[in-house]
Ligand binder design. Structure first.
Ligand SMILES: [Mg+2]
Length: 173
């Protein structure tokens, strides 16, 4: 179950402590889109998301999008964001796009982080890839039908993670 345990747990992208990432040696932050930076029924990033990405970049950490969504949705979302790359159809939890992002940017595994809302895609994939994992609560309670299904299993994993000292709703920092 340790494979599902995130390195850092936040209530929202807004509460990500950028200094904490810097201290952890992170140089590239990969961000999931759906329910991490916006809800499924939205198409464009909010001003707050644009500011968040800019704040991370100004702190000297590169940012890129790493989503399982389509090219069309990911590109439209990222158009007004100052990200270095947009990885779509990433097939998370497969680790390949994480490794590609690492190679494309010239960083080591431990210098790359993924910020995402799902244990079974973002966190499992990130841990399999050997990168730093950040779990956020989903932005909206509305999920895609496929996600609704996996959320049931997620609840079981959260229960098991309690044995590892991880408690849902008890955020870091
Ligand atoms: Mg997501």
């Amino acid at each position: 179950m340790a494979i599902f345990k995130p390195d850092y747990y936040v209530s929202s992208y807004r509460s990500v402590d950028i200094d904490r990432l810097k201290r952890a040696g992170i140089r590239l932050l990969l961000c999931d889109i759906d329910n991490t930076l916006m809800a499924y029924n939205e198409k464009l990033p909010s001003a707050e998301v644009i500011q968040f990405i800019d704040r991370v970049q100004r702190a000297g950490i590169e940012t890129a999008i790493c989503s399982n969504t389509t090219k069309k949705r990911a590109s439209r979302f990222a158009r007004d964001l100052h990200v270095s790359q947009v990885y779509y159809l990433s097939c998370k939890p497969m680790p390949f796009k994480f490794w590609k992002a690492m190679r494309d940017h010239g960083y080591k595994k431990k210098e790359v982080a993924i910020l995402g809302d799902q244990l079974f895609t973002d966190i499992l994939g990130g841990n399999l890839a050997g990168i730093y994992t950040i779990l956020t609560e989903p932005i909206s309670v509305v999920d895609r039908s496929t996600t609704k299904f996996t959320r049931k299993f997620e609840a079981i994993v959260f229960k098991n993670l309690e044995k590892k000292g991880f408690h849902k709703g008890e955020y870091d920092g």
